[in-house]
Design a protein. Structure first.
Length: 159
């Protein structure tokens, strides 16, 4: 793995943005997207993520997982419809934190892979269980549109 690829991996872990990481590493976005398809790069990113989780500790890891779970894939979907010659400046303001991998196919279409939210949710659930905490508050936090329970509303909790 060459220096530019290692730099890209470092910035990608740091920013969770393919475009920003590519720009900081000094490589074209297309090159960075190609790297995300290569098994050695994917393995390196997994190892780097795990090291970062270990270094940051459980609370920071939980916060990052929560942000991944609450993020929107809207900009990733927009990416699929942008022409190949789109200016990098256009991409700079977009949020690609939900993007796990991207591939431009020979026919010009793009194959996008989003992060696995179920895996992130199961990871958080395992941490909650390991700490003997209820999983219900986590689920409520991930569904803010439901709002807090109304006063006097029935619950299934035993009193």
């Amino acid at each position: 793995m060459d220096r530019e690829c290692r730099l890209f991996c470092h910035y990608y872990i740091q920013t969770a943005s393919v475009e920003r990481a590519a720009r900081r590493a000094g490589v074209p976005l297309e090159t960075a997207l190609d790297w995300l398809e290569q098994a050695p790069v994917v393995r390196k990113l997994r190892r780097m993520r795990q090291k970062r989780v270990d270094a940051l500790g459980d609370e920071a890891a939980k916060e990052r997982l929560m942000s991944l779970l609450s993020g929107s894939p809207a900009d990733v979907v927009k990416l699929a419809f942008l022409p190949p010659d789109t200016s990098p400046d256009t991409l700079e303001s977009m949020d690609f934190s939900q993007l796990a991998a991207c591939k431009r196919l020979p026919n010009g279409t793009m194959e996008l892979k989003l992060i696995d939210r179920v895996e992130a949710l199961l990871t958080l659930a395992g941490q909650q269980q390991g700490e003997n905490q209820s999983f219900a508050p986590l689920l409520r936090a991930l569904a803010p549109e439901s709002g807090p329970p109304k006063e006097g509303a029935e619950t299934n909790e035993a009193e």
